[in-house]
Design a protein around this ligand. Sequence first.
Ligand SMILES: *[C@@H]1O[C@H](CO)[C@@H](O)[C@H](O)[C@H]1NC(C)=O
Ligand SMILES: *[C@@H]1O[C@H](CO)[C@@H](O)[C@H](O)[C@H]1NC(C)=O
Ligand SMILES: *[C@@H]1O[C@H](CO)[C@@H](O)[C@H](O)[C@H]1NC(C)=O
Length: 458
Amino acid sequence: MVRLSTPVLAALGLFADRAFGALEVNLDDPESIKKAAAQVAEDLLTFYHGDEPGMVPGILPGPPPDGDYYWWQGGAMWGTLLDYRHNTGDKQFDDLITTAMLHQAGDDQDYLPSNWSASMGNDDQAFWALSAMLATEIGYTDPPDDKPQWAALAQAVFNEQTSEDRRVPSGRCKWGLRWQVYSTNNGYDYINTIANACYFNIGARLARYFHNETYAELATKTWDLIDRLGYISDKWDVYDGAHLPDCTDLNKAQFSYNAAMLLQGAAFLYNYTDGAQIWKDRVDNLIDRMIEIFFPAPAHIAFEPSCEYQQCNSDMESFKGFTHRWMGTTMQVAPHTKEKILPILKQSTQGAVKQCTGGNNGRFCGFHWTSGVWDGDVGASQQMNVLGALVSLLAPDVPAPLTKKTGGTSKGNSNAGSNEAKLPTFAPITGGDKVGAGILTAVIIAGSLSAFAWMSLD
Ligand SMILES: *[C@@H]1O[C@H](CO)[C@@H](O)[C@H](O)[C@H]1NC(C)=O
Ligand SMILES: *[C@@H]1O[C@H](CO)[C@@H](O)[C@H](O)[C@H]1NC(C)=O
Ligand SMILES: *[C@@H]1O[C@H](CO)[C@@H](O)[C@H](O)[C@H]1NC(C)=O
């Protein structure tokens, strides 16, 4: 479509607020924030086609080169929309969300559908689990009994990632969670922060939700491991990861979602332990450093220093929104942090909404929030970012994440997860190979009927 410039349209008398209006919002007024968030959510869903005939529910167009997005970003989008629903009360997307999150749970009810093996990281699987965990905590409508339940889905992923075959067997980074699930994928030897931080985060939240120490121990063990490996520096910088065999080649790139994932998990453990000093210190130190690195003074607008000076890829382009949302939850479970976090998130969001002035309806959001000028860099990630920012400001005023004891209704299953002992190592599936690969999978699953033995780890 050829875009007419605003003056031309104004001259034609076509300058209507609805069709060509930059996003208008007063961040001091919750109703105004809700209205703006609804518009950003609506624009976000223009990138989603999974509800159209013949399309696969749950996913954004991709993976590259077929579209911009990997599988995990669908999971992240439903999480963003769940936070939106909880923080604004708008339930209009419930059918979309439920259909998507149940479809992608896959045949084994563990967010590991074989369609996506070629790019399946433990972090990818975890992002869907994080959305299931969020559904659990906000009291989102439970699926019918014959469908997988939200809490059990989160447990399934956590259990599978606890199992030995996802982890490093020996050496300096023993027990580290690998980035990739399958040994045939590049990155199987990368022991990265995000995969381990997602596992830590889910464990912390399962501990709090079920009041179960086993999860807290496994989460704590993960923190201790990546801390010992130097992924969290003395200055509370959070690095991206390192490779086998020793995990000594630290990749010191800093992305906001790594730190934010750890922060949110630490805040849940702080809450679960009734305010233990060690978790309070970790929460407070992470926040201070995150503000310095990712919300630089004086403007305090979210910025990704490790890619934004050059070019962030479409994964990296989605981190600001997660960071906002997870800092939002942090204010709920560690209320003393609100004083520090909320003013920063507000300044950042003010920068964010200034990016929402372009595209075909005049209010699509760009990516470079610090620039103050629409950059034309639009997409689902950019919409999710601004949506995450807007709803994060509402977090302190809505109910905190539920637990089993405070009204959570989602049914758990501590044995959830499939028995896959060794995963099939087939090449990415092409049409003709499909039947063969399916049979291979069936043989392997049949051969591993032994009980899933994650509890006998030590
Ligand atoms: C897997 O791919 C097939 C074929 O496109 C599709 O019908 C199915 O819904 C997909 N399943 C998942 C979980 O994405
Ligand atoms: C834990 O979270 C609840 C909200 O669920 C909050 O009221 C409570 O103060 C938190 N505990 C601590 C120690 O901050
Ligand atoms: C805690 O969780 C573990 C792991 O899922 C489970 O085996 C155990 O039975 C749970 N404990 C309680 C008291 O529910």
